[in-house]
Design a protein around this ligand. Structure first.
Ligand SMILES: Nc1nc2c(c(=O)[nH]1)N[C@H]1C(S)=C(S)[C@@H](COP(=O)(O)OP(=O)(O)OC[C@H]3O[C@@H](n4cnc5c(N)ncnc54)[C@H](O)[C@@H]3O)O[C@H]1N2
Ligand code: MOO
Length: 432
């Protein structure tokens, strides 16, 4: 904040000017490590399988039975003994008597011995004695006096069209590791093995509030000097996508007392607290003042990164507080780099940080900085090469290009512009 009426936080900030201007930056990796040391794992709950999507498994799951657990036909056809077709050819048809009919879901009523076959459908249980299923299209039928024979004119290799027991999974195999995120494939595994309620980590309840006397509700008409509070809702979406349960506490004016009440209430009632705004050095940067006041233990209040250099982390009674910048670009990046991993760690994820890839820079990047930059960018595959295009407008206070980005391009501290084609690290933005 720069200009406001009111004197409360102005007075407060002047008492703290020393601490305010003397911030010691730590690296983004050091900030992530500091936070990780305070993460408390969420408690467990059992959820119904159809509601488990996106959650993280709290216990590993092993197979209670093999899969498939019976020999399964892969085709509609006839189950028989391959050796019976040894003489079959285009000139010699082999006839086998059909003694059983096995639809899906039924068990065979006869063992197959030499000279006999069973009609069988895809997915049905192959009878004992049979070692091959011959497709319907390769057979013909003859019926006499109420008895039926199947005729086959070619040899078929033993085992053809039969899925053996345990082909996919043996009994006792590890199916899913603790910490695995439950998606469609995992749900399919759990359903197959009868796991109808799933032990998962509780979704952390993440309180969100914004500070700024300029902030209007989204539904309010625009007014001079005012802006709508987009950060709270942007954060709610990021937090939900990361797996947390966002709790929107609204916005407060830039008044230290309001911020104190909001922050203490949020820390008391929720698992994690995320605020936006008021962390810089201005007269009304109340979150910075609050964190420096000693009421919470400050972990850092400057990170050697842009955007989001003013991102602040603190802890109180074991609960983490992230005071993110009000600038939308910095707020977004701070959430992706710090809040998202925290939520995922709380939920037991093994993959907490954004995945890192390499790409070629799509156009030159000329800004020079002593801090690492996380530039929002767009990935394209061109002639088999992954190209990352930095957004044309990537300043911390730019909002509109966040939506166009699917990665953050990591520009290390550099004194030279980076040429197009330079190999850069990128962090993939997930869950969008
Ligand atoms: N003298 C200095 N000024 C600034 C410095 C500095 O080091 N010295 N740092 C700059 C940097 S870098 C950043 S980043 C910003 C950080 O500012 P704050 O985090 O304190 O955020 P505010 O001042 O409250 O707001 C910044 C900007 O964002 C808009 N905003 C705030 N909340 C929301 C919201 N909920 N939704 C949408 N937009 C929001 C606000 O109106 C401002 O335009 O400080 C620099 N200044
Ligand atoms: O901290 Mo600001 O977002 O670096 O630009």
């Amino acid at each position: 904040m720069t200009s406001q009426q009111g004197s409360e936080s102005s007075a407060a900030s002047s008492q703290h000017d020393n601490g305010k201007f003397n911030r010691r930056p730590i690296t983004p990796a050091a900030a992530q490590q500091k936070i990780a040391a305070y993460v408390q794992p969420a408690t467990l709950e059992e959820v119904k399988l159809h509601e488990a999507g996106g959650r993280f498994l709290a216990q590993s799951v092993t197979a209670p039975h093999p899969y498939p657990h019976f020999r399964r036909s892969g085709m509609d056809g006839y189950a028989l003994q391959a050796a019976d077709l040894a003489q079959a050819s285009s000139d010699h048809i082999v006839w086998l008597e059909v003694i059983d009919n096995i639809p899906c879901g039924y068990t065979p009523s006869h063992e197959i011995t030499s000279g006999y076959a069973a009609r069988i459908m895809t997915g049905a249980m192959v009878p004992d004695g049979a070692d091959v299923v011959v497709m319907l299209e390769m057979t013909e039928l003859r019926t006499e006096h109420g008895r039926t024979w199947v005729g086959i004119k070619r040899q078929v290799e033993q085992g053809k069209n039969i899925t053996p027991i345990g082909l996919e999974v043996q009994e006792g195999d590890l199916l899913l590791q603790q910490g695995a995120q439950i998606g469609a494939g995992e749900i399919s595994v759990l359903a197959t093995f009868g796991v109808h309620t799933v032990p998962v980590y509780r979704k952390p309840r993440v309180a969100i509030f914004s500070t700024g006397t300029e902030l209007l509700g989204v539904e309010e008409p625009i007014a001079p000097g005012k802006i709508r509070n987009s950060n709270s809702l942007m954060l709610a979406q990021q937090i939900a996508a990361a797996g947390g349960e966002p709790i929107l506490l609204g916005a407060i004016e830039d008044k230290l007392e309001l911020a104190r009440t909001m922050m203490m209430n949020a820390l008391e009632h929720y698992d994690l607290v995320v605020s936006s705004g008021g962390v810089s050095v201005g007269d009304y940067d109340i979150m910075g003042d609050l964190v420096r006041s000693g009421e919470v233990e400050m972990l850092f209040n400057k990170i050697s990164m842009r955007p989001g250099s003013v991102t602040t982390g603190a802890v109180k009674d074991g609960k983490l507080l992230f005071a993110l910048s009000g600038n939308p670009g910095a707020c977004f990046v701070g959430c992706e780099l710090l809040v998202r991993p925290t939520i995922r760690q709380m939920m037991g994820s093994q993959h907490d940080y954004l995945p890192q890839w390499q790409a070629e820079l799509g156009r030159e990047y000329v800004k020079i900085n002593s801090f690492t930059r996380y530039v929002r960018g767009r990935l394209e595959m061109e002639n088999g090469r992954l190209i990352a295009y930095p957004a044309l407008l990537d300043e911390s206070n730019v909002m509109v290009t966040i939506k166009d980005s699917d990665c953050l391009i990591v520009i290390p501290p550099t004194s030279e512009p980076l040429a197009a084609g330079t190999i850069v690290q990128i962090l993939r933005l997930m869950d969008r």
